[in-house]
Design a protein around this ligand. Structure first.
Ligand SMILES: Nc1nc2c(ncn2[C@@H]2O[C@H](COP(=O)(O)OP(=O)(O)OP(=O)(O)O)[C@@H](O)[C@H]2O)c(=O)[nH]1
Ligand SMILES: [Mg+2]
Length: 368
């Protein structure tokens, strides 16, 4: 199987190098912020496989734009820093305006190897309507422990929202069909947008595939704020799930709840109302998940196949309620472990608890 795959990959690489017409017009998009040390190399690497690389320079104070242009990239200049999500939205629009069918998004800091682009294109040629996401979860030991743990918990909830198991929900190396992007209203910004896309695409009936990529953690400049950005992603995911389960709980056979006119997007259109909504709804997840559990068990004779997306899993609502109640426990254990390690005592409860309470709820899907 592996041999067949590498032969197919080599064939696609030759086709691309020879400039053969592929089924879709694909370009690479790169949201970049103060990445002058690495951007040139990423752009040059990507241009080996696609005819166009668009870089959004997001108010950088270094030479990101200059080096991107010198390497052959087309540059969108954003005057003031507005974050990765905003840059991605501008990049999608530019690619749509230029008539592209799909884009491959890459980070600017060399954490994504351009040599993997053919793998994405090869899968896209077989599944042109699906999002393809790079996965690093098979290389646990290469990922900083705290980051791996938060990725593991995030994928439990994001997968529930997206109605399918997604191996790595936080990787920015992805292929997006633009026909699918056009159907989604993006209301978030910074690092939340990539999670928003997966949830809405999956919850709108789209399919998300995974492709294994190399895990690269070097000495690069990270702009990710572990507390603020994780909190923003968590608040959005919870607020999304609460609305999804509110709808599914009272509807028969309704596993997909996303449409740009649904209540979550109506709230999301207004920034201040959305922030207020998230602040109010996040604490309600505790009583809310118990109420959903009761609704799941007792309303099913009246509302046939309510919570349709959850009934397809080998879980029921109980595992989800339990996982939710474990969230504050996780935070406490993380604080205890950190305090102990400061005085030289190494504890390792957290990894096991996360594995136990945030399991794979889907068995059938594996990455390529
Ligand atoms: N346009 C824009 N892009 C950004 C911004 N912050 C980050 N990026 C892009 O997003 C990519 C990922 O950001 P990082 O800060 O490296 O975050 P990460 O890769 O998730 O986290 P690490 O694993 O810690 O590096 C960067 O390489 C940039 O391409 C921003 O404010 N504006
Ligand atoms: Mg990075």
């Amino acid at each position: 199987m592996a041999a067949v795959y590498s032969e197919a990959k080599a064939a696609v690489e030759i086709l691309i190098r020879e400039g053969a017409q592929l089924a879709s017009k694909i370009c690479v998009i790169i949201p970049a912020y103060n990445a002058s040390e690495t951007i040139g190399q990423v752009v040059r690497g990507a241009l080996k496989y696609v005819p166009l690389v668009i870089v959004a320079d997001d108010g950088s104070t270094d030479h990101t734009a200059k080096f991107a242009a010198e390497a052959g990239g087309e540059v969108i200049l954003i005057e003031k820093n507005r974050g990765k999500g905003h840059a991605l939205k501008m990049l999608f629009q530019r690619a749509i305006d230029k008539g592209y069918d799909a884009v491959i998004s890459m980070d600017a800091d060399l954490q994504h190897d351009p040599e993997k682009i053919p793998n994405f294109i090869q899968i896209h040629n077989i599944h042109p309507n699906d999002i393809i996401v790079g996965s690093r979860m098979h290389e646990k030991e290469k990922i900083p422990r705290a980051r791996y743990n938060s990725m593991h918990v995030a994928r439990f909830y994001v997968s529930l929202a997206a109605n399918q198991f997604i191996e790595d929900t936080q990787c920015g190396f992805r292929l997006y069909p633009l026909s699918l992007i056009k159907k989604i209203l993006l209301t978030t910004d910074r690092y939340v947008t990539e999670t928003e896309i997966l949830m809405k695409a999956g919850d709108g009936g789209g399919f998300i595939r995974s492709v294994r990529i190399e895990t690269i953690y070097g000495n690069y400049n990270s702009h990710f704020r572990p507390i603020m950005d994780v909190a923003a992603i968590t608040a959005y995911v919870i607020s999304y799930l609460m609305i999804k389960w509110l709808i599914e709980g009272v509807c028969s056979n309704r596993p997909y709840s996303y449409s740009p006119n649904n209540i979550r997007d109506l709230i999301g259109r207004h920034k201040i109302i959305d922030r207020l909504f998230q602040a109010i709804i996040v604490p309600t997840i505790f009583p809310g998940s118990v109420l959903f559990l009761i609704e799941y068990i007792f309303f099913s004779p009246i509302i046939k196949n309510n919570f349709a997306s959850i009934r397809r899993l080998n879980s029921g609502f109980f595992k989800i309620t339990l996982a939710t109640y474990m969230l504050p426990v996780l935070v406490m254990i993380a604080i205890i472990e950190k305090s102990c390690s400061a005085v030289g005592v190494k504890l390792r409860f957290l990894d096991r608890i996360i594995k136990m309470f945030y399991p794979h709820l889907w068995k059938e899907k594996e990455s390529t």
